[in-house]
Design a protein. Structure first.
Length: 243
């Protein structure tokens, strides 16, 4: 499990890092972490690196931890967020960005360790993924990172949230049953499957995604597509993210 710790206060940042080191020594050495002194640094790092948990100070100059969390959620990310704060007044707002928890500073072992235990158990259970054979390689694509899938001739292209495109030779039918077993995925057109949490809008042109690509909806399927998308938006998990 890879953790990002973000706090502009060097003493607090050092405290959390020290607690993570203690946890690695006492409980599980498989945990890795990176420390950041500002939300801007962390957001930039997230463009190229993947984290499994964010420990986030709320009050920071420039972009606050809460503002950064809202930006992260607006991109469809469901990464676990734990807020670090000196005041309980942000408790309600933290749940509006679907934060897992918040810790009153100064953080201590009795608070940090149980949270890490919980997150590590969840991480160990694993996330649903698709096994993809691309040339001589076999790739493991987490469902959560797939924005949409498009088939062009005999090329099945998996467009990921980080902008990468993974390509496999074959047919969409080779993968759609696995994808559609997850309620977040929907097939609006014979050549596409879209991951609804990464959709920003549905209009007559189709599903607009965070990558700037609009996934088309078949001419006779718009009413069903609208109903499916509304059901997704009103689902309990999605509602917590958009409050």
């Amino acid at each position: 499990m890879h953790i990002a710790v973000c706090d502009d206060n060097i003493d607090e940042l050092s405290r959390i890092v020290s607690l993570l080191e203690d946890y690695c020594s006492e409980r599980d050495s498989s945990i890795t972490y990176e420390a950041f002194g500002s939300a801007i640094e962390l957001l930039e790092a997230m463009k190229t690196r993947q984290f499994d948990l964010l420990l986030f100070d709320i009050l920071m100059p420039g972009i606050t931890g809460m503002e950064a969390a809202k930006e992260i959620r607006s991109l469809g990310s469901e990464i676990q967020i734990i807020f670090l704060t000196s005041s309980r007044e942000y408790g309600v707002e933290s749940y509006r960005v679907n934060a897992e928890d918040y810790i009153i500073k100064p953080a201590c072992k009795d608070e940090i360790f149980p949270i890490l235990d919980k997150q590590l158990t969840r991480y160990a259970q694993g996330e649903a993924y698709l096994t993809l054979k691309a040339g001589s390689s076999i790739l493991k694509l987490p469902f959560s990172q797939i924005v949409y899938v498009e088939v062009i001739n005999r090329s099945v292209q998996f467009n990921l949230a980080n902008g990468e495109v993974r390509e496999a030779y074959g047919y969409l039918a080779d993968y759609e049953s696995d994808l559609l077993s997850d309620s977040c995925f929907y097939k609006p057109h014979r050549s596409y499957v879209v991951n609804l949490p990464w959709v920003t809008e549905l209009n007559k042109k189709g599903f607009s995604t965070i990558l700037g690509k609009t996934v088309p909806v078949a001419r006779d399927a718009f009413s069903k597509a609208k109903a499916v998308y509304m059901k997704h938006l009103l689902s309990p998990n999605e509602r917590r993210d958009i409050l």
